[in-house]
Design a protein around this ligand. Sequence first.
Ligand code: ZN
Ligand code: ZN
Ligand code: ZN
Ligand code: ZN
Length: 319
Amino acid sequence: MKRFLLWAGVVIGASAIGVLLFLIYSTCVFGNHVYSPATCTEPEICERCGESHGEPLGHVYSEATCTEPSVCLRCGEHHADALGHEWLPATCTEPETCARCGMMQGEPLGHVTVDATYQTPSTCTRCGETFGEPLTPALAGRTYRELSIGEPVPYTTASSTDRTVDVTGTAEITDYRVIDGDDVFPAREGYEWHIATVRLVFSGEDAQNHGAQSAYTFGDYYILDNSITGHADENGMRTFAADWYGMRVKCWQKTGETVENDWYGQELRFTWEEGVQVPKGYDGVLLILHNFRLAEDATRLYLPASDVLDEDALVFRLK
Ligand SMILES: [Zn+2]
Ligand SMILES: [Zn+2]
Ligand SMILES: [Zn+2]
Ligand SMILES: [Zn+2]
Protein backbone atom coordinates (compact mmCIF):
# COMPACT_ATOMS: atom_id res chain seq x y z
CA MET A 1 0.00 0.00 0.00
CA LYS A 2 2.77 2.34 0.92
CA ARG A 3 4.60 1.63 -2.37
CA PHE A 4 1.43 2.35 -4.35
CA LEU A 5 1.05 5.70 -2.72
CA LEU A 6 4.65 6.49 -3.42
CA TRP A 7 4.26 5.75 -7.12
CA ALA A 8 0.99 7.65 -7.33
CA GLY A 9 2.79 10.62 -5.82
CA VAL A 10 5.58 10.37 -8.34
CA VAL A 11 3.16 10.21 -11.28
CA ILE A 12 1.08 13.11 -10.03
CA GLY A 13 4.22 15.15 -9.40
CA ALA A 14 5.61 14.40 -12.84
CA SER A 15 2.28 15.21 -14.47
CA ALA A 16 2.13 18.47 -12.59
CA ILE A 17 5.61 19.37 -13.80
CA GLY A 18 4.58 18.40 -17.36
CA VAL A 19 1.45 20.49 -17.20
CA LEU A 20 3.46 23.36 -15.77
CA LEU A 21 6.05 23.11 -18.52
CA PHE A 22 3.28 22.92 -21.12
CA LEU A 23 1.60 25.98 -19.69
CA ILE A 24 4.91 27.86 -19.66
CA TYR A 25 6.06 26.98 -23.15
CA SER A 26 2.81 26.63 -25.05
CA THR A 27 0.48 29.20 -23.51
CA CYS A 28 0.61 32.72 -22.16
CA VAL A 29 -1.17 32.08 -18.83
CA PHE A 30 1.84 33.36 -16.91
CA GLY A 31 2.07 36.54 -19.05
CA ASN A 32 5.01 35.18 -20.97
CA HIS A 33 3.82 36.45 -24.38
CA VAL A 34 6.00 36.01 -27.42
CA TYR A 35 5.73 39.38 -29.19
CA SER A 36 6.58 40.08 -32.78
CA PRO A 37 8.21 43.53 -33.24
CA ALA A 38 5.91 46.53 -33.70
CA THR A 39 5.64 47.98 -37.26
CA CYS A 40 4.62 51.37 -38.62
CA THR A 41 0.94 50.42 -38.45
CA GLU A 42 0.78 47.49 -35.92
CA PRO A 43 1.80 47.35 -32.26
CA GLU A 44 3.73 44.41 -30.81
CA ILE A 45 1.46 41.30 -31.16
CA CYS A 46 1.81 37.98 -29.34
CA GLU A 47 2.42 35.22 -31.84
CA ARG A 48 0.66 32.76 -29.53
CA CYS A 49 -2.41 34.48 -28.24
CA GLY A 50 -2.66 37.51 -30.49
CA GLU A 51 -2.59 39.98 -27.60
CA SER A 52 -1.21 43.39 -28.59
CA HIS A 53 1.19 45.50 -26.60
CA GLY A 54 2.20 49.13 -26.94
CA GLU A 55 1.44 51.36 -29.93
CA PRO A 56 2.26 51.15 -33.66
CA LEU A 57 5.53 52.95 -34.43
CA GLY A 58 3.94 55.29 -37.01
CA HIS A 59 5.47 56.12 -40.41
CA VAL A 60 8.66 58.12 -40.74
CA TYR A 61 8.27 60.02 -44.01
CA SER A 62 11.11 61.43 -46.06
CA GLU A 63 10.79 65.01 -47.38
CA ALA A 64 9.48 65.08 -50.91
CA THR A 65 11.88 66.80 -53.31
CA CYS A 66 11.48 68.11 -56.85
CA THR A 67 12.20 64.64 -58.24
CA GLU A 68 11.66 62.20 -55.32
CA PRO A 69 8.30 61.39 -53.67
CA SER A 70 7.81 61.34 -49.90
CA VAL A 71 7.97 57.70 -48.66
CA CYS A 72 8.16 55.97 -45.26
CA LEU A 73 11.82 55.35 -44.53
CA ARG A 74 10.82 52.19 -42.56
CA CYS A 75 8.18 50.51 -44.65
CA GLY A 76 8.47 52.32 -47.94
CA GLU A 77 4.83 53.41 -48.01
CA HIS A 78 4.15 56.15 -50.62
CA HIS A 79 3.05 59.33 -48.90
CA ALA A 80 3.17 62.17 -51.47
CA ASP A 81 4.23 62.65 -55.08
CA ALA A 82 7.46 64.35 -56.10
CA LEU A 83 6.97 68.15 -56.03
CA GLY A 84 8.20 68.83 -59.55
CA HIS A 85 10.57 71.71 -60.32
CA GLU A 86 9.52 75.31 -59.75
CA TRP A 87 11.04 76.95 -62.81
CA LEU A 88 12.06 80.57 -62.67
CA PRO A 89 12.27 82.15 -66.12
CA ALA A 90 15.66 82.43 -67.77
CA THR A 91 17.37 85.83 -67.50
CA CYS A 92 20.08 87.52 -69.54
CA THR A 93 22.81 85.68 -67.64
CA GLU A 94 21.08 82.63 -66.06
CA PRO A 95 19.19 79.76 -67.73
CA GLU A 96 15.79 78.61 -66.44
CA THR A 97 16.47 77.66 -62.82
CA CYS A 98 14.47 75.67 -60.24
CA ALA A 99 13.76 77.91 -57.25
CA ARG A 100 13.82 74.86 -54.98
CA CYS A 101 16.73 72.69 -56.01
CA GLY A 102 18.73 75.04 -58.21
CA MET A 103 18.64 72.75 -61.23
CA MET A 104 19.13 74.64 -64.51
CA GLN A 105 17.92 73.94 -67.99
CA GLY A 106 18.36 75.60 -71.37
CA GLU A 107 20.59 78.61 -71.99
CA PRO A 108 20.71 82.19 -70.65
CA LEU A 109 18.82 84.63 -72.86
CA GLY A 110 21.84 86.91 -73.38
CA HIS A 111 21.76 90.70 -73.11
CA VAL A 112 19.85 92.89 -75.55
CA THR A 113 22.01 95.98 -75.72
CA VAL A 114 21.41 99.38 -77.22
CA ASP A 115 24.37 101.52 -78.23
CA ALA A 116 25.93 104.06 -75.92
CA THR A 117 24.77 107.66 -76.29
CA TYR A 118 26.31 110.87 -75.00
CA GLN A 119 24.09 110.55 -71.94
CA THR A 120 24.11 106.76 -71.33
CA PRO A 121 26.51 103.84 -71.63
CA SER A 122 25.56 100.83 -73.72
CA THR A 123 22.63 99.33 -71.79
CA CYS A 124 20.70 96.05 -71.78
CA THR A 125 17.03 96.79 -72.38
CA ARG A 126 16.02 93.65 -70.48
CA CYS A 127 18.04 93.79 -67.25
CA GLY A 128 19.41 97.32 -67.29
CA GLU A 129 23.04 96.26 -66.98
CA THR A 130 25.40 98.84 -68.45
CA PHE A 131 28.60 98.33 -70.36
CA GLY A 132 31.40 100.84 -70.62
CA GLU A 133 30.94 104.57 -70.57
CA PRO A 134 28.75 107.11 -72.40
CA LEU A 135 30.21 108.39 -75.68
CA THR A 136 33.02 110.86 -75.26
CA PRO A 137 31.78 114.46 -75.74
CA ALA A 138 33.37 116.36 -78.61
CA LEU A 139 34.72 118.96 -76.20
CA ALA A 140 36.06 116.58 -73.55
CA GLY A 141 39.73 117.27 -73.08
CA ARG A 142 39.66 120.46 -75.15
CA THR A 143 40.85 123.65 -73.54
CA TYR A 144 38.77 126.77 -73.87
CA ARG A 145 37.99 129.73 -71.66
CA GLU A 146 34.86 129.01 -69.69
CA LEU A 147 32.65 131.80 -68.42
CA SER A 148 31.29 131.57 -64.87
CA ILE A 149 28.27 133.42 -63.57
CA GLY A 150 29.13 136.78 -62.02
CA GLU A 151 32.80 136.82 -63.05
CA PRO A 152 33.80 139.40 -65.71
CA VAL A 153 36.70 138.22 -67.86
CA PRO A 154 38.66 139.99 -70.63
CA TYR A 155 37.00 139.81 -74.04
CA THR A 156 38.66 140.98 -77.24
CA THR A 157 36.74 141.68 -80.43
CA ALA A 158 37.04 143.84 -83.52
CA SER A 159 35.81 147.40 -83.28
CA SER A 160 32.71 148.28 -85.24
CA THR A 161 33.94 151.14 -87.40
CA ASP A 162 37.50 149.96 -88.07
CA ARG A 163 37.59 146.23 -88.15
CA THR A 164 41.35 146.12 -88.22
CA VAL A 165 41.35 147.44 -84.66
CA ASP A 166 40.77 145.07 -81.76
CA VAL A 167 39.19 146.37 -78.59
CA THR A 168 39.31 144.59 -75.28
CA GLY A 169 36.63 144.89 -72.66
CA THR A 170 35.01 142.43 -70.30
CA ALA A 171 32.38 139.79 -70.76
CA GLU A 172 30.25 138.47 -67.94
CA ILE A 173 27.27 136.19 -67.47
CA THR A 174 25.39 138.28 -64.93
CA ASP A 175 22.47 135.89 -64.55
CA TYR A 176 21.47 132.41 -65.57
CA ARG A 177 18.06 130.83 -65.08
CA VAL A 178 16.08 127.77 -66.14
CA ILE A 179 12.35 128.27 -66.64
CA ASP A 180 9.50 126.48 -68.41
CA GLY A 181 8.57 129.68 -70.24
CA ASP A 182 7.25 133.21 -69.93
CA ASP A 183 5.95 136.04 -72.15
CA VAL A 184 9.21 136.36 -74.09
CA PHE A 185 10.22 132.69 -74.10
CA PRO A 186 7.15 130.55 -74.93
CA ALA A 187 6.83 127.25 -73.05
CA ARG A 188 6.75 123.94 -74.90
CA GLU A 189 5.80 120.49 -73.58
CA GLY A 190 8.86 118.52 -72.48
CA TYR A 191 11.22 121.47 -72.92
CA GLU A 192 12.72 124.15 -70.72
CA TRP A 193 14.45 127.45 -71.37
CA HIS A 194 18.02 128.01 -70.31
CA ILE A 195 18.51 131.75 -70.28
CA ALA A 196 21.77 133.61 -69.76
CA THR A 197 22.11 137.35 -69.33
CA VAL A 198 25.26 138.46 -71.13
CA ARG A 199 27.00 141.74 -70.30
CA LEU A 200 29.84 143.21 -72.33
CA VAL A 201 31.58 146.39 -71.18
CA PHE A 202 34.14 148.32 -73.22
CA SER A 203 35.99 151.47 -72.24
CA GLY A 204 39.20 153.17 -73.23
CA GLU A 205 40.30 155.08 -76.28
CA ASP A 206 39.98 152.39 -78.93
CA ALA A 207 36.41 151.68 -77.94
CA GLN A 208 35.61 155.40 -77.81
CA ASN A 209 37.09 155.96 -81.23
CA HIS A 210 35.84 152.87 -83.00
CA GLY A 211 33.14 151.20 -80.91
CA ALA A 212 33.06 147.47 -80.37
CA GLN A 213 31.24 144.78 -82.28
CA SER A 214 30.25 141.75 -80.26
CA ALA A 215 30.01 138.36 -81.94
CA TYR A 216 28.70 135.10 -80.64
CA THR A 217 27.42 131.78 -81.79
CA PHE A 218 26.15 128.54 -80.33
CA GLY A 219 27.76 125.13 -80.12
CA ASP A 220 27.29 121.90 -78.26
CA TYR A 221 29.45 120.25 -75.66
CA TYR A 222 28.74 116.79 -77.06
CA ILE A 223 28.59 117.25 -80.82
CA LEU A 224 30.36 120.61 -81.11
CA ASP A 225 28.29 122.00 -84.00
CA ASN A 226 24.59 122.11 -83.33
CA SER A 227 23.77 123.61 -86.76
CA ILE A 228 21.86 126.62 -85.53
CA THR A 229 20.00 128.26 -88.37
CA GLY A 230 20.40 131.94 -89.15
CA HIS A 231 16.79 132.43 -90.08
CA ALA A 232 14.39 133.25 -87.27
CA ASP A 233 10.65 132.62 -87.48
CA GLU A 234 8.07 135.34 -86.76
CA ASN A 235 8.57 134.76 -83.01
CA GLY A 236 12.34 135.23 -83.24
CA MET A 237 12.98 131.50 -82.80
CA ARG A 238 15.88 129.77 -84.56
CA THR A 239 16.21 126.01 -84.67
CA PHE A 240 19.15 123.82 -83.92
CA ALA A 241 19.65 120.17 -83.03
CA ALA A 242 20.87 118.50 -79.85
CA ASP A 243 21.94 114.89 -79.49
CA TRP A 244 19.78 113.64 -76.63
CA TYR A 245 19.91 109.97 -75.67
CA GLY A 246 20.95 109.01 -79.16
CA MET A 247 18.25 111.05 -80.91
CA ARG A 248 18.63 114.23 -82.89
CA VAL A 249 16.23 116.51 -81.03
CA LYS A 250 14.96 119.81 -82.36
CA CYS A 251 15.68 122.79 -80.11
CA TRP A 252 15.16 126.55 -80.37
CA GLN A 253 17.19 129.67 -79.68
CA LYS A 254 15.81 133.10 -79.02
CA THR A 255 17.52 136.38 -78.24
CA GLY A 256 15.55 138.08 -75.48
CA GLU A 257 15.40 141.59 -74.18
CA THR A 258 18.19 144.06 -74.67
CA VAL A 259 18.81 145.72 -71.33
CA GLU A 260 21.78 147.92 -72.24
CA ASN A 261 23.09 148.91 -75.70
CA ASP A 262 24.74 152.28 -75.44
CA TRP A 263 27.38 154.46 -73.91
CA TYR A 264 27.04 155.03 -70.23
CA GLY A 265 29.60 157.70 -69.40
CA GLN A 266 32.95 156.25 -70.42
CA GLU A 267 31.53 152.74 -70.85
CA LEU A 268 30.01 151.12 -73.89
CA ARG A 269 27.73 148.42 -72.54
CA PHE A 270 25.76 145.64 -74.14
CA THR A 271 23.50 143.60 -71.90
CA TRP A 272 20.93 141.19 -73.24
CA GLU A 273 19.36 137.78 -72.72
CA GLU A 274 20.09 134.66 -74.72
CA GLY A 275 17.75 131.70 -74.32
CA VAL A 276 17.79 128.18 -75.66
CA GLN A 277 14.81 125.87 -75.44
CA VAL A 278 16.06 122.32 -74.90
CA PRO A 279 14.61 119.00 -73.69
CA LYS A 280 14.26 119.10 -69.90
CA GLY A 281 17.65 118.36 -68.39
CA TYR A 282 19.73 118.87 -71.54
CA ASP A 283 23.04 120.35 -70.53
CA GLY A 284 25.05 120.55 -73.76
CA VAL A 285 24.38 123.96 -75.32
CA LEU A 286 27.32 126.35 -75.45
CA LEU A 287 27.11 130.09 -75.89
CA ILE A 288 30.40 131.12 -77.47
CA LEU A 289 31.65 134.71 -77.58
CA HIS A 290 34.32 135.17 -80.23
CA ASN A 291 36.17 137.93 -82.00
CA PHE A 292 33.97 139.67 -84.56
CA ARG A 293 36.93 139.57 -86.95
CA LEU A 294 36.18 135.85 -87.47
CA ALA A 295 32.70 136.74 -88.71
CA GLU A 296 33.74 139.70 -90.77
CA ASP A 297 33.29 138.09 -94.17
CA ALA A 298 30.94 135.33 -93.15
CA THR A 299 27.65 135.22 -94.97
CA ARG A 300 25.91 133.46 -92.14
CA LEU A 301 24.78 134.91 -88.84
CA TYR A 302 25.94 132.15 -86.55
CA LEU A 303 29.28 130.60 -87.40
CA PRO A 304 29.78 126.90 -86.71
CA ALA A 305 31.28 126.43 -83.26
CA SER A 306 34.14 124.48 -84.81
CA ASP A 307 35.18 127.62 -86.76
CA VAL A 308 35.42 129.90 -83.74
CA LEU A 309 36.29 127.70 -80.78
CA ASP A 310 39.90 128.57 -80.13
CA GLU A 311 41.73 129.39 -76.92
CA ASP A 312 40.53 133.01 -77.10
CA ALA A 313 36.83 132.19 -77.37
CA LEU A 314 34.72 132.51 -74.23
CA VAL A 315 32.35 129.66 -73.59
CA PHE A 316 29.34 129.53 -71.31
CA ARG A 317 27.68 126.15 -71.00
CA LEU A 318 23.95 126.53 -70.49
CA LYS A 319 23.49 123.57 -68.18
ZN1 ZN B 1 0.34 35.74 -25.88
ZN1 ZN C 1 6.05 53.13 -42.58
ZN1 ZN D 1 13.82 71.55 -58.62
ZN1 ZN E 1 20.59 91.96 -69.82
